[in-house]
Design a protein around this ligand. Structure first.
Ligand code: MG
Length: 326
């Protein structure tokens, strides 16, 4: 508790552990606010809180997710992520070794993405008042390509998926149920700034992008259909689901389309840009694919067509599928 008390122990924690992990010239100034240079353009700004359990899982941890989640939301509106804040709510008794591991993971992920963590806060609450650690991050980025929004989705546009789906949800599910997965299934958790920057610099002009986090592919496609008032058709055989994920879904009665992802996104582009966009996506993930299109239909809904041509509605996920997935 003394680590959150504002005294000597807290200074040691912040100065000796947190500043060391996130080291950069803006943070090191230790002012009440980070002062950022002229950012030169329109700025995207987002925030998210992270409460995932377990804290550590195959392919990531709460720290990596907390950085990727915010970076990816900035990327999805066509921004280059630049700076982040980070706030910790720590339960009394969290192991210092675990905290350091989380910090290292955040620092490594931010560095990889070229993002600086420039301000933050640390609170410690008594045992039982939170679960080990909760993290909030906020981030800002400079817009590279303007006007990437749901309302731009037009008839005839192609829908692309940047990789296979469901791995993050499946990993958390397996870790929770103590299912002994013999496979090396790991979360797709990763920053999307490189792939998105490549895409935008190639001249592709996305109508819309969204990372398929909670609610998975199904939630994103339904949000697109409803908010853009369009009908969307996707083809089951084009959507890549790895064997481990489809096996787990069969076993537990889940739909892979509804499982969360933390580094996979849906991209909508004009038909004549689809091949170029796919070529770029494939440089980053061989499972990227064109999975469907915006049809001429008038009803805002998502239709899933299987290999034999039979169709069903892909419904919006209902209820809380799996709490504390991110
Ligand atoms: Mg998002």
């Amino acid at each position: 508790m003394s680590h959150g008390g504002g005294g000597e122990e807290m200074n040691a924690l912040i100065g000796g552990v947190i500043f060391k992990a996130f080291e950069n010239e803006i943070l090191d100034k230790s002012n009440d606010s980070a002062i950022l240079a002229n950012l030169g353009g329109e700025i995207a700004f987002t925030t998210d809180s992270f409460v995932v359990t377990p804290l550590f899982f195959n392919g990531g941890d709460i720290g990596k997710i907390a950085v990727c989640g915010t970076i990816n939301d900035l990327c999805m509106v066509g921004a280059k992520p630049l700076y982040m804040s980070c706030s910790f709510i720590i339960e009394e008794g969290l192991l210092m070794s675990e905290f350091r591991q989380i910090l290292d993971s955040m620092a490594k992920t931010a560095k990889e993405a070229g993002v600086k963590i420039v301000c933050g806060d640390t609170k410690v609450v008594p045992k039982g008042k939170c679960d080990k650690i909760f993290i909030n991050t906020a981030g800002i980025g400079r817009i590279i390509t303007k006007n990437i929004e749901v309302k731009n989705i037009k008839k005839g546009a192609k829908i692309l998926l940047s990789g296979d789906i469901g791995r993050h949800g499946a990993v958390i599910l397996a870790a929770r149920d103590e299912i002994n997965l013999e496979s090396e299934l790991s979360s797709d958790c990763k920053p999307l700034n490189s792939v998105v920057e490549n895409l935008l610099k190639s001249g592709v002009k996305p109508q819309c992008m969204r990372d398929a986090t909670r609610g998975g592919l199904s939630a994103v496609l339904n949000e697109f259909a409803i908010n853009a008032e369009r009908e969307i058709i996707v083809y089951e055989e084009k959507i890549c689901v790895c064997d481990e994920v489809s096996g787990l879904c069969e076993l537990l009665g889940f739909e892979p389309y509804e499982l969360a992802n933390e580094g996979t996104f849906v991209l909508v582009v004009e038909e004549n840009e689809a091949d170029l966009a796919l070529e770029i996506l494939k440089k980053f993930d061989k499972n990227a694919a064109i999975i469907g299109e915006v049809s001429n239909g008038e009803k805002p809904r998502v239709i899933l067509e299987n290999l034999y041509g039979s169709q069903r509605f892909l419904e919006k996920p209902k209820g809380e599928l799996l709490p504390r997935i991110c």
